[in-house]
Structures are given as structure tokens and as C-alpha cells.
Ligand binder design. Sequence first.
Ligand code: NAP
Length: 258
Amino acid sequence: MELGIAGRTAIICAGSKGLGRGCALALAGEGVHVIIAARGAEALEAPAATIREAGGQATTIQADVTTDAGRAALLAACAEPDILVTNAGGPPPGEFSQFSLDDWRRAVEANMITPIALIGATIQGMMGRGFGRIINITSYSVKMPIASLELSNGARAGLTGAVAALARRSAPHNVTINNLLPGPFDTDRIRGNWARAAEVSGRSLDEVARDSVRSIPARRLGTTEEFGATCAFLCSTHAGFITGQNILLDGGAYPGTM
Ligand code: NAP
């Protein structure tokens, strides 16, 4: 399927690895010029090199997107994106009783305020130009709370509520906002979570990993290619009638009928 977005520009936050990288590669594969941000310079160059080798266009911005300075650097490189994919590292796991208010402030800053700031800085321009696609990478924790990830449950639910009405208000201008809710995907993040769970429970890493995969109806982790392809479709011209949605990609893990 021709997605109709060749020649567009996209900001991909936290795009050097994992789910963000999957989105960057998929969009670049559709002829989109991707501006990829992450903190680590070395890892940033890997997806950019892959994209350029395949004949695509990639620009890298070394920036911490959770800071004002990092977002300013990113927007200085691309003030008028057609596509914005918001993403950042997820908050650490832990116990509600042990989180400090500063832990909560950091989670809200990274996973709620940061996307809101980037959307605020770019959506008027998108509406004025008559095209825009905004994808927030959130988590299945929005639909189904994860006991050890209360910081994530809270901050991401806040973002989801914050953009729900805006997604309707921007729709007449062909600007859509949708949230992608990853379940368990094969990235560094999930492997780190498994390692911490093994440490806390005293079980082996293999056992934790096996039980985790067994709990997914698809009996496997999602791939970053699958995630990127979904993102690219939602950014396409064909997806202009889809807005304000929370789309689960979880191999069937969410147990509800709807
Ligand atoms: P990942 O493989 O660990 O990759 C994280 C990426 O984000 C890296 O490119 C990292 O690069 C970048 N990053 C982290 N903090 C950043 C910051 N402050 N500024 C700019 N870039 C930053 O993680 P992932 O699995 O793709 O997860 C992406 C998001 O989805 C996270 O919020 C995660 O909690 C959420 N999620 C993931 C899963 C899953 O199964 N993988 C499930 C549910 C939710 P640098 O470190 O170099 O900056």
C-alpha cells in the first residue's frame, strides 16, 4: 500500500533504539525525512546510517527530550514537522509507598509534560498547513494498570486525558492524534524490567522471561518492525479518519472484550 507521505518530515523522539527506532525506520522507508532525537550520540547514528544506506533521509539530534533545552534543540532543527512521534524512556518500577514526590514529578515531566510541550509547539502549524499526524507512544498500562509501574500508569493516563479533546478539535484540519499502547515488545526496556524482576524475586532471568512470554496469548514478544509499521500506517493519508484512539499492540494480553 502506498502510504502517501513521501516527502513529509517527522520528528521521532527517543528514536535511537527500541520502539522509537522502529517508527523511524518504518517512516523513513515510506520516504519521510526523519529527525531522530536521543541522548546517546553513538546509538543515534546507527538507525540514521541504516536509513541513509537504504537511500532515505535522516537527521540526528542529540537531546534529552524531557528538558526544555533538549526540546528547544529539537524544534530548532525542525520547527514545522508534518509528523510528531512523542516518546521517552519509561519511569522506573517500584512500590507506591517508596516513590518520592520527585519520582512522580520526573515521571510526569517525561511521559506527560514532554509530549504536551511538543504537541503545543507544533500543532498550530500542522493545522495551518492542513496536514498533521501525532503519535504518542504510551503503554498498555493506560488500559490495564501494571502493579510495579505505578509511575507509568499515572503519567501516561494523564497524557491520554490531556490530548483526548484536542484530537477532536484538530480533526477538521486533517491533524490527527492517536496513542499507541505497546504491550510487551522485544527491546532493551523489557529485558531491563525482566532483570529487575529476577533480582527482586530471586528467580532466574530465564524463568521470568519464560513466564512473561507465556502470559501473552500470542506467546511471543512484539517486534519493533510491527510497531513501526502500525505507526507508519497511522501517519499515512489513509488514516485521516482515525483520531483520538488508544491502540493496543499487545499480542492479546489485555483481557477485556473491548
Ligand atoms: P528502549 O528500547 O530502552 O529505548 C529507549 C529509547 O529512548 C532509546 O533510544 C533512548 O536513547 C531513548 N531515550 C530515553 N530517554 C530519553 C530522553 N530523556 N530523551 C531522548 N531520548 C531518550 O525502550 P522501548 O522499549 O523502546 O520503550 C519506549 C517507551 O515505550 C518507553 O517509555 C517504555 O516505557 C514504553 N513501553 C515499552 C514497552 C516494551 O515492551 N518495550 C511496553 C510498554 C511501554 P538514549 O538513552 O540514548 O537517550
